[in-house]
Design a protein around this ligand. Structure first.
Ligand code: BDR
Ligand code: CA
Length: 314
């Protein structure tokens, strides 16, 4: 039986690759995609999610628009990384599939109430606003979630948007704090792991050779790689969000520790920091599996095979 998942996302080129990996993976059944404001405003993330579904030949996947702003702060976006549309790098047609009428938060609540308890995994790869809002509105669903596998946070690698914070957590730290405190089984894919999964020229070329879907992935990667190259000085770009989906398909590729992770919401310099008790010094109970490493060659091989299969069967 495939794992039932809801992808909560702010596409974003790396979100797009994550969605493609999920749609190409028989181990996963994507019940729906909920868009959230993050890399770009909600109108664009909701549009981009549909563009990606159509690119994969999966206009049947329901896409919902969720929250357009963090719980209690103004929205911070990342056009400097992802471009004006959020999916800069290749021109793809406007989506023809329509956005669902229902709000994304209602979809999350309804789905968790409808499906048998403990069978639905949430996969947030953007700010945690939709998930925290669903938990606030319907606390009864919290115990029904099988697991949350999210991309966000950083510890050893320090921040990418401030010196202390990773983007997804920084954009809505109050939401993150509520989700981390909810008591759900949590798997956290921080920068510490994703910065060990850098794309290579050979991989981008192999991806491009698979067909139109692979070419889109290659163009997206080339686009946002420019930012990472300029910033970090290394060749290649980290594929953050696909790592979260890859953990669901092949957890053996990743290693980490079960530790306590708290979210800083009040810091003068550190708001959005994931305070990760890697060395177990706090005495606080573990609340997350915090990943730190990935077998990068195997991860990229998985991506090429799976996303390439969309071109072969698409
Ligand atoms: C995260 O922030 C976004 O820019 C990416 O899509 C990813 O989810 C990395 O910090
Ligand atoms: Ca994202």
């Amino acid at each position: 039986m495939p794992h039932k998942i809801i992808i909560d996302t702010d596409p974003g080129q790396d979100d797009a690759v994550a969605i493609l990996l999920a749609l190409a993976s028989p181990e996963l059944q994507v019940l729906g995609i909920t868009a959230v404001a993050g890399n770009v405003p909600l109108s664009l993330t909701a549009r981009n999610a549909r563009i990606v579904c159509e690119l994969a030949g999966r206009a049947d996947v329901p896409v919902f628009a969720g929250c357009d702003a963090p719980l209690s702060r103004g929205l911070v976006t990342a056009e400097h990384v992802h471009g004006k549309t959020g999916l800069d790098g290749v021109d793809l047609p406007d989506p023809t599939m329509t956005l669902q009428d229902m709000h994304g938060v209602d979809f999350i609540i309804d789905t968790l109430r409808r499906e048998p308890a403990g069978t639905v995994t949430l996969v947030p790869i953007g700010p945690l606003t939709n998930i925290a809002t669903a938990f606030r509105r319907a606390p009864d669903i919290i115990a029904r979630v099988h697991r949350i596998v999210l991309m966000g946070g950083t510890y050893f690698e320090v921040g990418n948007v401030t010196p202390a914070a990773e983007f997804n957590i920084f954009v809505d730290p109050e939401a993150a704090a509520e989700v981390f405190a909810a008591g759900v089984d949590l798997v956290v894919m921080p920068l510490d792991a994703t910065h060990r999964a850098l794309t290579s020229r050979a991989w981008v070329d192999a991806m491009a050779a698979t067909g139109p879907v692979g070419r889109a992935v290659a163009s997206w990667t080339d686009f946002f790689e420019r930012f990472d190259k300029a910033k970090y000085g290394h060749e290649g770009a980290p594929l953050h969000d696909p790592c979260a989906v890859a953990w669901l398909v092949a957890p053996e590729l990743f290693s980490g520790r079960r530790i306590n992770v708290e979210i800083e919401t009040q810091g003068r310099w550190t708001t959005g920091m994931t305070v990760a008790d890697w060395w177990g010094v706090s005495g606080r109970a573990p609340n997350a599996l915090f990943l730190r490493d990935v077998e990068a060659p195997a991860l990229f091989d998985l991506l090429t095979r799976r996303i390439g299969s969309l071109d072969r069967h698409g």
